[in-house]
Design a protein around this ligand. Structure first.
Ligand SMILES: [Zn+2]
Length: 176
């Protein structure tokens, strides 16, 4: 019997090992809005045999399964849509912001926070309306609304602001 892989007992937390004995490396993370803001699908792949697994996990328990600073698919998609010169400036500053907070994952929420350099509150009415926005676009709409509110020096996201930006963000799906 070969016990070589077990000889290092210095790890106190779990980490993901493939059935072939090699470490699994994190390939991507998807936010799971249906399960709440802090649930992710973490995708890992074995670099030896290419075995792939997905792990649905709460943010609080996810760190052992994420081997480096990662952006979620959603946050990366948002970054990809920005002009290249913005990406070049924004990416390292968001990475720094995440590291300073001890975060290993850049989510839509963290990206928004880093870009705003602050927080903004939501009117009760606006908050209720946001909850009726389809989950697939909610995180993006939320981030853009908060960013716009802060850029304009507003303290809160209001229904009036949502109405104004509605065509831009909520009408997307209906247009060719
Ligand atoms: Zn393997």
């Amino acid at each position: 019997m070969n016990d070589e892989s077990k000889t290092d007992a210095s790890f106190s937390v779990g980490f993901l090992v493939c059935g072939c004995g090699r470490w699994m490396h994190t390939q991507g993370i998807a936010e799971q809005p249906g399960l709440g803001d802090d649930h992710w699908l973490v995708r890992s792949e074995c670099c030896g045999c290419r075995w792939r697994v997905g792990l649905e996990v709460g943010a609080a328990d996810a760190h052992p399964f994420i081997d480096r600073l990662m952006w979620t698919d959603e946050a990366r998609h948002l970054l990809d849509r920005m002009p290249p010169y913005v990406q070049v400036l924004l990416r390292p500053s968001v990475d720094d912001y995440a590291r300073a907070k001890g975060a290993r994952v850049v989510t839509m929420g963290l990206l928004g926070e880093a870009r705003r350099g602050g927080s903004v509150r939501w009117d009760a009415e606006a908050d209720a309306r946001l909850s009726r926005v389809p989950a697939s676009v909610r995180a993006m709409a939320k981030a853009e609304l908060e960013k716009t509110a802060l850029e304009r020096g507003h303290e809160a996201v209001t229904v009036a602001l949502m109405e104004e930006l509605k065509a831009r963000y909520f009408g997307m799906a209906g247009k060719p």
